[in-house]
Design a protein around this ligand. Structure first.
Ligand SMILES: Cc1cc2nc3c(=O)[nH]c(=O)nc-3n(C[C@H](O)[C@H](O)[C@H](O)COP(=O)(O)OP(=O)(O)OC[C@H]3O[C@@H](n4cnc5c(N)ncnc54)[C@H](O)[C@@H]3O)c2cc1C
Length: 338
């Protein structure tokens, strides 16, 4: 039986570095631990929060319920066919560690997703994506504890309802606790070089047939140059999602704001760069108390030291109101507010 810990500091468990506390916490290393913690919370009437690396949560204050911290470990080859291999990974594993471990074994497929903080179990929650690849394109299935049914389920791609930074898990907060994820990785490396950072660097280096390691190295260097390291400066990565607008709306916006760019989507809509909107509105470097917009990346809100939940929330709300006023666009927050 796991140990029930009381009055636990969460500052080290959220990358924004907010100094909040949890009334109770259980470290879950198995499905049995999760079932035990869920049953306990139900019996006692406590609210539950599943926490991985805390790199996509914003605490709005102390958490009065029970935190289930996912700390299960393990990665194994689970199968192979003519074109791909299946890799099964425990929810508590560190995502970037897994990316590097697969590459070290000569298994390509995750290189574009290198250096994304957090755990494997959280990766399907917002269908993590970067540099032209989303988790769902490497996803086979997962096992989750369904807290409504009180049993472990196997969920395939269709059951997860993936979208842009979205999934059935994000739309039903708290219902499923993801226990392990199985990825389908290609046997033959098919480089994804659609993003300018990757393409231009390969071109500059004269690399025409990049290995998965080449791409991982470029992605890691690009991310390090742009994004603050949460170990040094508290943040949760992108604070807002990139808004999606219709082609007609895009044309009107471009007429009013020359310089505004968008990526056309498969359905004909356009994805705008939220960072551009915020940058143009002059937000880089501005702060509310110790919560600030990063100087180099307008999409990243940072904790300059001792920021409170309230300061972060006020900064985010003010930015959203300003973007709505200037562009009539409602920015959607990416991290989960707890
Ligand atoms: C510097 C930085 C860069 C980032 N870059 C990117 C990026 O490029 N692309 C991207 O998509 N994201 C990015 N992120 C966001 C973040 O890394 C991802 O969302 C990551 O998957 C969160 O993992 P976590 O373990 O920290 O989740 P947490 O923050 O602990 O949890 C996030 C949500 O998932 C839920 N959850 C966590 N684990 C489980 C589980 N096992 N079962 C069910 N629910 C669970 C939590 O309850 C919460 O609602 C970045 C963050 C930072 C700080």
């Amino acid at each position: 039986m796991p140990i029930l810990e009381h009055d636990v500091a969460l500052r080290e468990y959220n990358t924004l570095g907010l100094a909040v506390r949890a009334r109770r916490l259980v470290r879950c290393r198995s499905a049995a631990d999760v079932a035990w913690a869920v049953a306990l919370a139900r019996r006692e009437g406590w609210q539950r929060l599943v926490l991985g690396g805390g790199s996509n949560v914003v605490f709005t204050g102390d958490f009065a319920g029970l935190v289930l911290r996912m700390e299960s470990r393990g990665m194994a080859l689970a199968g192979r066919d003519a074109r791909s291999r299946l890799v099964r990974i425990a929810a508590g594993e560190d995502w970037h560690g897994v990316v590097m471990a697969t590459l070290a074994r000569g298994w390509p497929g995750l290189e574009n997703l290198a250096l994304i903080p957090g755990t494997v179990g959280a990766a399907p929650v917002q269908n993590i994506g970067a540099y032209g690849v989303e988790l769902e394109s490497r996803f086979e299935s997962l096992r989750a504890f369904d807290t409504q049914a009180g049993r472990v389920l196997q969920m395939d791609h269709g059951a997860c309802g993936f979208g842009y930074r979205d999934s059935v898990f994000k739309r039903n907060p708290g219902r499923f606790v993801i226990l392990e994820v199985t990825l389908r990785l290609p046997l033959v490396h098919a480089p994804v070089t659609t993003y300018a950072d990757v393409r231009d660097t390969l071109l500059a280096r004269g690399i025409t047939q990049p290995s998965a390691q080449d791409i991982a190295a470029i992605v890691i260097a690009a991310r390090r140059s742009k994004l603050p390291d949460p170990a040094l400066l508290g943040n949760v990565g992108s604070f807002f999602k990139n808004p999606i607008v219709s082609a007609a709306r895009m044309a009107a916006l471009q007429a009013a704001h020359p310089g505004l760019n968008g990526h056309i989507q498969a359905d004909g809509n356009f994805k705008l760069a939220a960072a551009w909107l915020i940058d143009q509105a002059g937000w880089k470097g501005r702060r509310v108390g110790a919560a600030a917009v990063h100087e180099r990346h307008a999409l990243v809100l940072v904790n300059r030291g001792g920021a409170t939940s309230d300061e972060v929330a006020r900064l985010a709300t003010t930015i959203r109101a300003d973007i709505r006023r200037r562009y009539a666009i409602d920015l959607e927050v990416e991290p989960v507010f707890v």
